[in-house]
Write a protein that binds this ligand. Structure first.
Ligand code: PLP
Length: 314
């Protein structure tokens, strides 16, 4: 008797056009404004040890981004949660990145420039975990370059609404690579620190842990660090950071879903501490991962039943 081959989701699972497919089959058409105009928003949540971290915070931020860009894919928050759980359960991945995306879509009327002529999409996928800054670089402390290119004005592009418009970051990353640095961070046109390509930045000065109040995404990892600081006797501050304050800091670290708390040891020609991750950055990093293990803000996935990905496993 012939048995039907089981679909292989082990390299990642996606939801697109209302179907669950292996990640290699998830494709966006060239006519989608998400591709032609970067008219798209997204969010990325991580799964570690089989549980989502701060899933509701990510869904809150995604909905804020959808409203900010006037995107409505016609999928309820509950449906999105179920789809996100299902792509993880199908993939079987215990450590994963899980993306939710909405593109403007393809205009129903050929050649139209009216965004109301488009049906907005909802896409989701789970893929295996990869650190945005490689683990060996994290261990020695990342070397950051303050790039020449300024961060795009927040009057033109609201950085708190997640987006794929990375021209400034990409220019900065090439400059950093050319000059032998790991990655770049950007100042705004007034000279204040903003963020980097896919991560927030913090400085440590005495017992103060400070992150920019402008030009940056309200990162969920940043939020976790702000939450952790008081229990370590540190004062979290969201405020302006000048280039001079960055150079004068005791320590610098970056944060992102795709890597957690990532200490830095150099910015431009400045070497912090003993050219290694600073003690406060290391302590925050250690606390962040310990709290994951303790189940802090974790939503376990029920891998046994992808149709009920959040039911408690029997
Ligand atoms: N800043 C930018 C531009 C990002 O793209 C990201 C994440 O992808 C972050 C900051 C960090 O945010 P989170 O901690 O929510 O991943």
């Amino acid at each position: 008797m012939m048995t039907e081959a089981k679909t292989d989701f082990s390299k990642g699972a996606a939801y697109i056009n209302g179907q669950f497919v292996p990640i290699s089959e998830a494709k966006v058409p060239v006519g989608d404004w998400g591709f032609t105009h970067s008219d798209v928003t997204y969010d990325v949540v991580h799964v570690t040890d089989g549980g989502f971290f701060r899933l509701e915070d990510h869904l809150d931020r995604f909905h804020r981004s959808l409203e900010g860009y006037r995107l409505n894919p016609g999928v309820s928050r509950e449906e999105m949660r179920a789809i996100l759980g299902k792509v993880v359960a199908l993939s079987g991945l215990k450590d994963a990145f899980v993306a939710m995306i909405s593109t403007r879509g393809i205009p129903r009327v050929y050649g139209s420039r009216d965004p109301d002529d488009c049906d907005n999409t909802f896409i989701a996928y789970a893929v295996p975990w990869v650190d945005v800054i490689k683990p060996d670089v994290q261990a020695r402390g990342a070397h950051l370059l303050v790039a020449q290119v300024p961060r795009i004005s927040q009057n033109s592009l609201d950085p708190t609404l997640k987006n794929y418009m990375w021209r400034d970051f990409t220019r900065g990353m090439f400059e950093a690579k050319d000059k032998g640095f790991d990655t770049a961070i950007l100042l705004d046109a007034d000279g204040y620190l903003t963020e980097g390509a896919g991560f927030n930045v913090f400085i440590v000065k005495d017992n103060k842990v400070i992150t920019p109040d402008r030009g940056a995404l309200r990162g969920i990892t940043r939020l976790a660090v702000l939450d952790i600081c008081p229990e370590l006797g540190l004062e979290p501050i969201v405020g302006p950071i000048t280039f001079e304050e960055l150079m004068d800091a005791d320590e610098v670290f970056t944060t992102t879903t795709a890597g957690g708390v990532m200490p830095c040891s150099r910015v431009n020609e400045r070497i912090y501490g003993n050219d290694r991750p600073g003690p406060i950055s290391a302590k925050i990093k250690e606390t962040y991962w310990r709290k994951h293990k303790e189940g802090w803000h974790m939503t376990p996935v029920n891998y046994a039943d992808a149709e009920n990905p959040f039911a408690v496993a029997a």
